[in-house]
Design a protein around this ligand. Structure first.
Ligand SMILES: Cc1cc2nc3c(=O)[nH]c(=O)nc-3n(C[C@H](O)[C@H](O)[C@H](O)COP(=O)(O)OP(=O)(O)OC[C@H]3O[C@@H](n4cnc5c(N)ncnc54)[C@H](O)[C@@H]3O)c2cc1C
Length: 449
């Protein structure tokens, strides 16, 4: 049977497989998704996961459950040989194996883009995965608990300082949501006030959120300033060693949490595999999402999402290409599936064309911004639009139901402030009290009753 191998089960890969399951006739082709993660992550919800407004498991979509007709392999693809039409599959901790394909779809997404600033690689954390969002949430909540009993001073300030680097959508949403979390937690911490908590966002450009108008972006800055969250424009991080931050404007800050959201770059695992990449490591795809080597179509190779450079035929893209976002990844995945099915049936492919629908951001409970062309909505209505849009956009009815139900429960009891940070060191409890074998020559101590 024809085999279609999809490398990466994120937005674009998930929707390609999801659509293929509906388009393909029984026995027409086998679809295989390979991803080291057993789930697709709904990344726009990560800031709300970090802020405790969405349960972490509700923001991920388990592949096996929601792609029942697809074979899922949890492993990394570490090589593609398009001459032999094989992929090298590397499961964690096991030996590599190869898998043949007739069509390969590369949807391996993007990773956080960093610069060689001292301390960043060792100290900062991204906001690209569910694990990062959960870790930030637990750490911030734990720090509040510890700081509550500390005397005022630099050590306590460090615990209560949060810094975000990068004023794009992801950075601003994470910053604003975490501000909202800490502000709402303060009522449970009588020894702390809002003046004891310090929120700083560092942005190298002269504005934030290029996806919205300047007017809307200025509203966001003002709104955050009112909530005691400060944005430093035209400022760069120059050092972050051990949490001691130095900024290009001469300011210094000490913090326990630095969230790095200063852009993404295409997943570079494909370097050296002979797949045509542009100068930014993106796979060069044509408008019908088949990979191009110069002007020549590479039959049997497809790509979409953040890893691909796809022409933006609506005329709105940066440099003529689609910007990396979920709006494109979802729609490209669906068109890719249709085109692949068309090729299997010797039919014609269609070009991908999508006009940007606008942008919507959540900035913490009660605050949001929506922008479409010159039309903008800010404040409570913007926040409601954000929740309605994303609540319905997360794939599958089951996940939508979980997210909306949880939001409804929060209207009654508020969000959940519980932190389970020790989950990152789960054996500590057991190990502390576990009886070990006596050193050779000594009797083991009887366990106390
Ligand atoms: C905090 C945040 C908020 C966002 N908000 C918005 C928003 O409001 N609106 C919007 O349009 N976009 C938003 N985005 C961007 C959007 O999430 C991405 O553009 C989208 O996820 C890209 O989809 P993708 O399929 O290309 O990549 P991904 O969804 O990242 O999926 C890539 C998959 O490939 C897998 N993979 C990587 N390497 C390999 C390998 N070697 N072998 C096998 N599998 C591999 C990964 O594990 C992953 O599952 C946001 C992003 C973030 C981080």
């Amino acid at each position: 049977m024809t085999r279609i191998v999809i490398v990466g089960g994120g937005y674009a890969g998930f929707y390609t497989a999801f659509k293929l399951e509906r388009l393909l006739r029984r026995g027409e082709a086998e679809v295989v998704v390979i991803d080291p993660l057993p789930y697709m992550t709904y990344q726009p919800f990560l800031p709300e996961v970090a802020a405790g407004s969405i349960e972490s498991r509700h923001a991920i979509i388990p592949l096996r459950r929601h792609l029942p007709k697809t074979r899922v392999i949890n492993a990394r693809v570490t090589g593609i040989n398009h001459v032999k039409k094989t992929v090298t599959v590397t499961p964690e901790g096991l030996d590599d194996f190869t898998l043949d394909y007739d069509h390969v779809v590369i949807t391996a997404g993007a990773v956080s883009r960093t610069f060689p600033i001292p301390g960043v690689a060792d100290f900062a954390i991204g906001m690209k995965t569910i694990e990062e969002a959960v870790s930030v949430r637990d750490r911030l909540i734990d720090n509040m608990h510890v700081a509550a009993d500390m005397p005022p001073g630099p050590a306590r300030d460090r615990m209560l300082t949060l810094v975000v680097v990068g004023g794009g959508f992801a950075g601003i949403e994470a910053f604003a949501e975490l501000r909202s979390l800490v502000s709402s937690m303060l009522k449970e911490f009588p020894t702390l006030t809002i003046d004891d908590t310090h929120f700083h966002l560092i942005e190298a450009m002269d504005r934030i959120m290029p996806e919205v108008s300047l007017k809307s972006s200025l509203w966001v800055i003002k709104n955050l300033e009112r909530r005691q969250a400060h944005i430093h424009l035209n400022t760069q991080l120059t050092s972050a060693v051990g949490g001691k931050l130095e900024l290009s404007n001469g300011m210094t800050l000490e913090t326990d949490i630095v969230i790095w959201t200063a852009g993404v770059k295409a997943q570079s695992m494909l370097g050296g595999t002979g797949i045509p990449l542009d100068d930014r490591d993106r796979i060069c795809a044509g408008a019908d999402l088949r990979v191009l080597d110069g002007e020549t179509v590479l039959e049997g190779m497809w790509s979409a999402g953040d890893v691909a450079r796809v022409p933006d035929l609506s005329g709105g893209g940066v440099g003529g290409y689609c910007v990396p976002n979920a709006q494109h990844a979802v729609r490209q995945g669906k068109i890719l599936a249709k085109n692949l099915a068309a090729v299997l049936r010797d039919e014609n492919t269609k070009d991908y064309v999508h006009k940007n629908l606008g942008a919507v951001a959540g900035l913490g409970v009660g605050y949001g911004v929506f922008q479409s062309g010159n039309f903008a909505v800010t404040g409570l209505l913007g926040w409601i639009m954000h929740r309605v849009y994303h609540g319905f956009a997360i794939p599958t009815f089951e996940r939508k139901a979980r997210v909306f139900t949880n939001w409804a429960l929060h209207l009654i009891w508020g969000r959940d402030f519980a932190s389970v940070r020790k989950v990152q060191r789960p054996r500590e409890f057991f190990e502390e009290f576990a009886t070990r074998p006596a050193p050779v020559g000594k009797k083991a101590k009887a366990p106390s009753r």
